[in-house]
Design a protein around this ligand. Structure first.
Ligand SMILES: Nc1nc2c(ncn2[C@@H]2O[C@H](COP(=O)(O)OP(=O)(O)OP(=O)(O)O)[C@@H](O)[C@H]2O)c(=O)[nH]1
Length: 360
């Protein structure tokens, strides 16, 4: 899926740089271009692409200090500059735009929903948000910011691909020590997803196409991405177990949003050397994902890749009913103070919850 990336805020910029670098290293060519946007001048200086400093009249290049309402306001005021920087980068080839942001801070959390809304008004291609949830031990402000931002980006974008910082954290490491490793892990997964529909070698009916990614995300709301890989044999028949076990790990322990296995739709992509991918294994894995997610809309396809390993990449659409998202929204509400005792019968109701204000 040929994509243009817009990193908003510090986390958004760094993750965008990691995504672009992975795509270049692998020679995929799925990332057509990238820009970085921030209210903090120093965070933009190290980024290897064009950047736009917003909110100079309000914060003078010093960041918004976690105030995501201010982040939303300055993006609203300066969005024309951001849209101008995109001019000429979004061409007839571009199939999607990803706004990349940490949802717990100020600039990315507030800016991403405003920018997604503006982009959707101008472009016909899908506008997705790659959003990062704060880890559990980050403070109340981060949880509240992320709760409000998530609720708003889910409405203002075509879908939110959600990543929980806790999902990729190594034990004994502080959140900030682990950021580079977390960004690399996310970049590998999202980079493979973007490249999957771009495969030109071995094109056949079993090869996954970008339109299947778009269709899996079509219902909107929240999406998650799972990944696992294993050594492969040169003989396809001997890889049936590898395909099944990587698929189980990908969904049960390898997702960007832990415990989000209840989904409305899914796409199971098996990556590896084309003649080592067992058809029987791929079909069995697809049916297993159908059972696990409870979804009748599970697509499947191959991603031909010169590698001695087999990988299973699973895109899940419509995971807002999952325990993980519900637990996060609960955490955000508790941080707002009085909603902890509330009993909800239908988890979908949280999207209509008035105690967690929309940002826009
Ligand atoms: N995965 C990942 N998360 C990050 C990174 N840097 C910060 N975060 C997370 O992102 C949130 C903070 O967002 P930032 O992007 O730092 O903040 P900002 O959008 O620049 O906003 P202000 O600093 O308030 O102007 C926190 O939840 C951090 O844990 C990073 O490089 N990678």
């Amino acid at each position: 899926m040929k994509t243009v990336l817009i990193g908003v805020g510090q986390a958004g910029g760094k993750l965008t740089a990691a995504l672009q670098s992975f795509d270049q290293q692998m020679g995929f060519g799925a990332v057509l271009g990238a820009i970085g946007v921030n209210t903090a001048k120093t965070d933009l200086q190290s980024l290897p692409f064009e950047t736009v400093l917003i909110g100079q009249d309000r914060v003078n290049g010093h960041g918004v200090g976690g105030d995501n309402e201010l982040g939303a306001e300055v993006m609203q005021a300066d969005k024309t500059e951001v849209m101008s920087a995109l001019d000429g980068r979004i061409t007839a080839q571009t199939e999607s735009i990803f706004v990349v942001a940490g949802l717990g801070g100020g600039s990315g959390s507030g800016g991403a929903p405003v920018l997604a809304k503006a982009l959707r008004r101008v472009y016909d291609i899908p506008v997705y948000v790659l959003g990062i949830l704060p880890g559990q031990d980050e403070g109340a402000m981060y949880q509240v910011n992320a709760g409000r931002s998530l609720k708003t980006v889910a409405r203002e974008s075509d879908a939110v691909l959600l990543v929980d910082n806790d999902a990729f954290r190594s034990s004994g490491e502080s959140m900030s020590e682990g950021f580079d490793a977390i960004n690399d892990a996310i970049a590998r997964r999202v980079g493979l997803l973007l490249a999957a529909g771009e495969a030109v070698e071995g094109v056949g009916e079993s090869v996954v196409d970008s339109s299947e990614v778009i269709n899996t995300l079509r219902a909107g709301g929240i999406a998650a991405l799972g990944y696992a890989s294993a050594e492969a044999s040169e003989v396809a028949e001997e890889n049936i177990n590898a395909v099944m076990s990587t698929t189980r790990r990908s969904l049960l322990t390898g997702t960007s949003l832990p415990d989000a296995s209840d989904a409305d739709s899914a796409l199971v992509i098996i990556a590896g050397k084309p003649d080592t991918i067992p058809r029987k294994g791929v079909e069995r894995a697809r049916r297993w994902v159908e059972d696990e997610t409870g979804s009748m809309q599970v697509r499947g396809g191959d991603f031909p890749l010169e590698s001695g390993r087999i990988a299973s990449l699973i895109l899940l659409g419509g995971v807002e009913r999952s325990d993980r998202v519900e637990a996060f929204m609960e955490r955000a509400r508790e941080a707002i103070e009085h909603a902890a005792t509330e009993e909800r019968e239908d988890p979908k109701e949280m999207w209509h919850n008035d105690e967690l204000d929309d940002l826009l």
